[in-house]
Ligand binder design. Structure first.
Ligand code: CP
Length: 305
């Protein structure tokens, strides 16, 4: 795995291998990445979980982490993404974790040697979040086949939904959607059925809630009322009470309490929201190890030629 920018690039075998390796890391396995390798985390959009869990994973693996702050960098003087990443490559940095508001930003970097791991591209994809979601589901149920997974909320603008619906269908899960119709694209119907939030909560083994992505609403979210949204589309205590006994609640976070989910449910018995964050470190260790090892092999081949 030279890069990780889209779940579409991974076979089901590669996905299972990454989840297996993440599981080993969770059980205390150590990596033998002894050679000095540099990595930079370049976030052009705000992040807490993705940024800092990559950083924890990098440090656990013994990588040299180069600090980068877009607001303090020469990006503010007009330097392009390509030239900024080219600079990191010229400094000897082997890999960059990048979050950027442009969909498929990584296509602009295709001519560079540096390994690129996407931390999210606009409304495109969020592959590392997707993998940690898969890990959390597999940890609970053992496999994906036949599981009923409901993705509820602002589906149209969610890169998490976009990555998850496609890969979960490939893995044999049955997908359902719920949320406001105006934030639901027809393309999603290729992967699953649309239900009311009440139906989704009752039928699902996993209900995956999404934050309303106000920052991606081109015409603004005028008239949006938190309480109204919660009652119509959120996981209320009443809806949660109708969930199956063994069903779980997930959310990629950040959570807007009492909007997409009742505050009392965030750390409830059914919730795996905190577990998702914890699992993110182990999954990102597996991603980083796979990318850095491939990168090192490529460099060795280059030298021996
Ligand atoms: N889930 C997620 O991507 O969270 P952050 O935006 O905090 O990284």
């Amino acid at each position: 795995m030279k890069h990780l920018v889209s779940m579409e690039d991974l076979s089901l075998e590669e996905i299972e291998a990454l989840l297996d390796r993440a599981d080993e890391f969770k059980r205390g396995a150590k990596s033998d990445m002894s050679e000095e390798q540099f990595i930079v985390n370049m976030f052009f959009e705000p992040s807490t979980r993705t940024h800092y869990s990559f950083e924890v994973a990098e440090r656990k693996l013994g990588l040299q982490v180069v600090s980068f702050d877009a607001g303090e960098s020469s990006v503010t003087k007009g330097e392009t993404l390509y030239d900024t990443v080219l600079t990191m490559q010229a400094l000897g940095v082997q890999a960059a974790v990048i979050r950027h508001p442009d969909e498929k930003f990584y296509e602009k970097l295709a001519d560079l040697e540096i390994a690129v791991i996407s931390g999210g591209d606009g409304c495109g994809e969020h592959p590392s979040q997707c993998l940690l979601d898969l890990f959390t589901i597999r940890e609970q149920f053992g496999s994906f086949k036949g599981l009923k997974i409901a993705i509820a909320g602002d589906i149209l603008h969610s890169r998490v939904a976009n990555s998850n619906m496609k890969v979960l269908k490939r893995l044999g899960a049955e997908i359902f959607f719920a949320g406001p119709k105006e934030w639901f694209g027809e393309e999603a119907l290729l992967y699953g059925r649309y239900l009311t939030t009440d139906e989704a909560a009752e039928i699902a083994d996993v209900i995956m809630l999404l934050r309303v992505q106000h920052e991606r609403h081109q015409n603004g979210s005028n008239g949006f009322e938190k309480k109204d949204y919660h009652e119509k589309y959120g996981l209320t205590e009443q809806r949660a009470a109708k969930m199956k006994q063994e069903a779980i609640i997930m959310h990629p976070s950040p959570v807007n309490r009492d909007v997409e989910i009742a505050s009392t449910l965030v750390e409830s018995e059914k919730s795996r929201i905190v577990a998702q964050m914890t699992n993110g470190v182990f999954v990102r260790m597996a991603i980083l190890e796979a990318v850095m090892n491939e990168n090192r092999k490529g460099a060795e081949k280059h030298v021996s030629n």
